[in-house]
Write a protein that binds this ligand. Structure first.
Ligand SMILES: [Ca+2]
Length: 438
């Protein structure tokens, strides 16, 4: 597969060699983007090609030409959808390929960190202290936001802190270029085009100015890192100055985050999650997203970690149970508001980070049980080995891809069960050694 791709790009490169020489305009536009080390003399290029080394300048030109063609095509298609063609052209034409966005998007998902290191860093002393400063500094704004939306200030502050360290790290990428890069190439072209159209909507509505459109390489903007579709659909001009300024206006940023969470179904006065303990013979297969009322969970041996009983109101709430560090680590009931924060960022670790920091900001401790910190998460290759071994032993993981999804957890649980172990679907290092020895 790899070889096929390589020879295909070589053919493409060869086909464009003469075209590039006769059409320098597209290349000239982005001369500043061309890495310095590729500006070699033509003769040297020819020698390099004869020597068989890769001519990166020619690849860049080819890509540049295709990028220009994509722009023309996108401008036509946007116009066909009813967008003002002159405006689209003015916005899209200056876009440059963002190589960081291209590289990051192509990479495998990061080596997964254990959930506790994410939660620890989310609620670090520094973030907690700065969050407390922000809570008092922006007290009047929070009071106004809370009077309009049901989301409490400690949750908004935690999101603000996790997204951008309270506005300190908002990204300095040109959003149009980053999104055009996605739209032009790679596995996220549909996402890129959708987000660009959202930007065009925002500009047409007069919500933002073009010069404000700066953010992360992934296309998120402002203190609360809204991607354009979220920005278009949920950002509010909370301070009423006529501009939805998520970059500089704390009112706009916090009001917009509160509005987004409210519209995603935030329930006033309800918890996000609650730490629990379970009976020794608890059925851990219930960890896979089963929703039950708190009183039903009580009947299954789940109770508050504090040893107290649930309040009468709590008994009627719907909840799921999670144990992100396995049965030795904290176990938590998660409520509707947990899923609402997931709309913001679809990651269990993220929501736990927001909640742990948020609770700390109001002097509470969301998690008491120690994480199994002595355990080192499995490397990607180990995960594949584990899947291969489980499958060999008759516990199908539905494929060997190094990704731990519901099928793999199900296989782990079946193996754990038949070995008389707590069937939490969580593979610790020691268990992994034991499995591989079988
Ligand atoms: Ca405003």
């Amino acid at each position: 597969m790899k070889n096929l791709t390589l020879s295909a790009s070589f053919l493409l490169l060869a086909a464009f060699l003469s075209a590039c020489a006769s059409a320098p305009d597209a290349a000239a536009e982005t001369a500043g983007e061309t890495p310095a080390q590729t500006s070699t003399e033509p003769a040297q290029d020819a020698a390099a090609i004869r020597a068989g080394s890769v001519d990166t300048r020619q690849i860049a030109l080819t890509q540049e030409q295709r990028f220009t063609a994509w722009k023309t095509d996108f401008i036509h298609r946007a116009a066909a959808k009813g967008y003002d063609k002159a405006r689209v052209a003015r916005v899209i034409n200056p876009a440059k390929i963002n190589t960081l966005a291209l590289d990051r998007d192509r990479k495998q998902p990061e080596f997964s960190k254990p959930v506790w290191s994410y939660v620890d860093s989310a609620a670090s002393a520094d973030r907690l202290n700065k969050g407390q400063e922000k809570l008092s500094e922006a007290e009047a704004i929070f009071t106004q936001v809370e009077s309009r939306y049901p989301v409490p200030r400690h949750i908004l502050t935690a999101i603000w802190g996790l997204e951008t360290s309270y506005g300190r790290i908002m990204g300095n990428h040109d959003i149009i270029s980053a999104l055009s890069t996605f739209a032009f190439e790679g596995r996220r072209s549909q996402f890129g085009e959708q987000q660009l159209l959202a930007i065009l909507d925002m500009l047409a509505a007069g919500d933002v100015r073009e010069d404000q459109l700066i953010g992360s390489w992934a296309g998120a903007m402002g203190m609360t890192q809204f991607i354009p579709t979220t920005f278009r659909d949920y950002a509010v001009d909370f301070d009423g100055d006529g501009n939805k300024n998520l970059w500089d206006s704390q009112g706009d940023a916090l009001g917009s985050a509160a509005h987004y969470l409210a519209r995603s179904g935030w329930r006033a006065g309800e918890p996000v999650m609650a730490e629990v303990k379970v009976v020794p013979d608890f059925d851990y297969s219930l960890l896979e997203g089963t929703t039950k009322t708190v009183s039903e969970w009580t009947a299954l041996g789940v109770s508050p970690i504090s040893g107290e009983r649930w309040s009468q109101d709590a008994n009627f709430l719907n909840a799921k149970i999670i144990a992100p560090g396995g049965h030795r680590g904290p176990k938590l009931l998660t409520f509707k508001n947990f899923d609402v924060i997931k709309r913001y960022n679809n990651s269990t670790s993220y929501v736990m980070g927001v909640t742990v920091l948020g609770e700390a900001l109001r002097g509470q401790s969301a998690i008491r049980t120690a994480w199994p910190r002595d355990d080192k998460p499995l490397a990607f290759e180990d995960k594949k080995n584990m899947q291969r071994k489980l499958t060999q032993l008759g516990y199908s993981t539905g494929g060997i891809d190094g990704q731990i999804g519901p099928n793999t957890r199900k296989a782990i649980r079946a193996w754990q069960k038949s070995n008389g172990l707590p069937a939490d679907g969580y593979m610790e290092q020691t268990l992994y050694q034991r499995l591989m020895a079988q």
